[in-house]
Design a protein around this ligand. Structure first.
Ligand code: AMP
Ligand code: GLY
Length: 419
């Protein structure tokens, strides 16, 4: 098969690493990719927002399958346009990607399908929103409706904080994404992520993972895209997984099919494990980054078979195997991330660390004149597998410590909840 993978992060390097292990692969292109994918595949420059250009590339290169990593092209409808041109795609349609693209859309589906989630109100003007938070009280959660790169959510401990967040949204801090606001009850419990691959009707569960969203040790500091992850997450017992599947994932998939807009791709369910059981925090309609990196370390089957069967609606015939092990990834980021950071700093000793148990996935890297340079906020994902979390963690940090990059930092406590 000839495959085009869209995206440039650690998620895409991990997907490329697994895809290139498939005996069915003839050639892999990554658009735009990074220095990590460049070592495995051909990186190509494509304007992914120009769907016609992507279609023309696929025709010229006889692409059999397009795999879409990030959410923005999905919400923009790239899967619809590719399918209309007769090209198979792993990734949901524009309408199904609304599960990530609009919080109000997801809340309405939860109402329709009785999916357990936080109580909420939806507002398109400041005054009634202020009235609602004053009546409900704090803590309370304020969310810009649309895509805001993980920055549109405020968990407000006080009414003052809630009011400031509401004013920011309606003043345009998140552009159009904040024109509508969802206000939610604050859920209490431990967070976990559950991934389900779905071809519109049939679903396959992947191991549950846990992410570390805050930038500093002890879950301090601002939110990021994720500073580390591990799987399987012990908090998600078989009973909780079965409940989340039955009460959240299956009704969501059924609801989307019933509406005539079936979900095909990977559904990423962000859960709060509350005293009343698992409740939905949010859906994403793609693999998590860095959760994908640990899932790919655990996968013991041909990823291309799974992605291709999903795109073609034949997932029923596929049963992926998973290693009985723990995988953990440490994100090494540029000093200053998630705020401003320096680019084009030299990373040394990061490219001879791979072994049977360790993989250094690249996120924001580029190769120039033979040197590996950092060109993003999250730069490397040092990933390891072991029999226990402790073993995976020791292997990952031993590799982190071997890397010579003074301009980078990482959290030292990835996996603490599982230890
Ligand atoms: P989201 O972008 O929806 O994943 O939200 C970002 C983070 O905000 C989540 O990972 C949670 O830590 C937190 N969060 C979102 N919604 C709630 C809620 N209803 N109750 C408590 N925490 C929440
Ligand atoms: N790591 C969280 C995300 O991918 O959204």
């Amino acid at each position: 098969m000839r495959v085009l993978l869209i995206g440039s992060g650690g998620r895409e390097h991990a997907l490329a690493w697994k895809i290139t292990q498939s005996p069915r692969l003839e050639k892999l292109f990554v658009a735009p990719g990074n220095a990590g994918t460049q070592a495995l595949a051909e990186n190509v420059t494509l304007d992914v927002a120009d769907h016609q250009a992507v279609i023309e590339f696929c025709r010229a290169e006889r692409i059999d399958l397009v795999v879409v990593g990030p959410e923005i092209p999905l919400v923009a409808g790239i899967a619809d346009d590719l399918r209309a041109a007769g090209i198979a795609v792993f990734g949901p349609s524009r309408e199904a990607a609304q599960l990530e693209g609009s919080k109000a859309f997801t809340k309405a589906l939860c109402d329709e399908m009785n999916i357990p989630t936080a109580a909420y109100g939806k507002f398109d003007a400041l005054e009634p929103a202020l009235e609602y938070v004053r009546t409900t009280g704090a803590p309370i959660v304020i969310k810009a409706d649309g895509l805001a790169a993980g920055k549109g959510v405020t968990v407000a401990e006080t009414l003052d904080e809630a009011e400031t967040a509401l004013r920011d949204c309606f003043d345009g801090a998140f552009g159009d994404a904040g024109a509508e606001v969802v206000i939610e009850e604050c859920l209490v419990g431990e967070e976990a992520s559950l991934f389900a691959i779905c071809d519109g009707t049939h679903t396959i569960l992947l191991p549950a993972a846990q992410d570390h969203k805050r930038v500093f040790d002890g879950d301090k500091g601002p939110n990021t895209g994720g500073m580390g992850a591990y799987a399987p997450a012990p908090v998600m017992t078989p009973d909780l997984i079965a409940r989340a599947h039955r009460e959240i994932i299956v009704p969501a998939i059924e609801g989307m099919a019933r509406r005539g807009t079936p979900f095909s791709g990977v559904l990423f369910t962000g859960l709060m494990v509350t005293a009343d059981g698992p409740k939905l925090i949010e859906f994403n309609t793609r693999f998590g980054d860095p959760e994908c990196q640990v899932l790919m370390m655990l996968l013991d089957s041909d990823l291309l078979d799974i992605l291709d069967a999903t795109a073609r609606g034949t997932l029923r015939n596929v049963t992926p195997k998973w290693k009985v092990a723990m995988a953990l990834t440490v994100v090494v980021a540029a000093n200053g991330y998630p705020g401003a950071y320096e680019k084009n700093t030299v990373i040394a000793n990061a490219e001879n660390l791979d072994s049977d148990t360790v993989r250094v996935f690249h996120a924001g890297t580029v190769r120039r004149d033979g040197q590996l340079l950092a060109n993003g906020g999250r730069v490397l994902n040092v990933t390891a597998i072991g029999d226990t979390v402790e073993e995976a963690r020791q292997r990952a940090y031993a590799a982190v410590d071997a890397i010579d990059w003074p301009e980078g930092f990482c959290r030292r406590d990835i996996g603490w909840r599982a230890l």
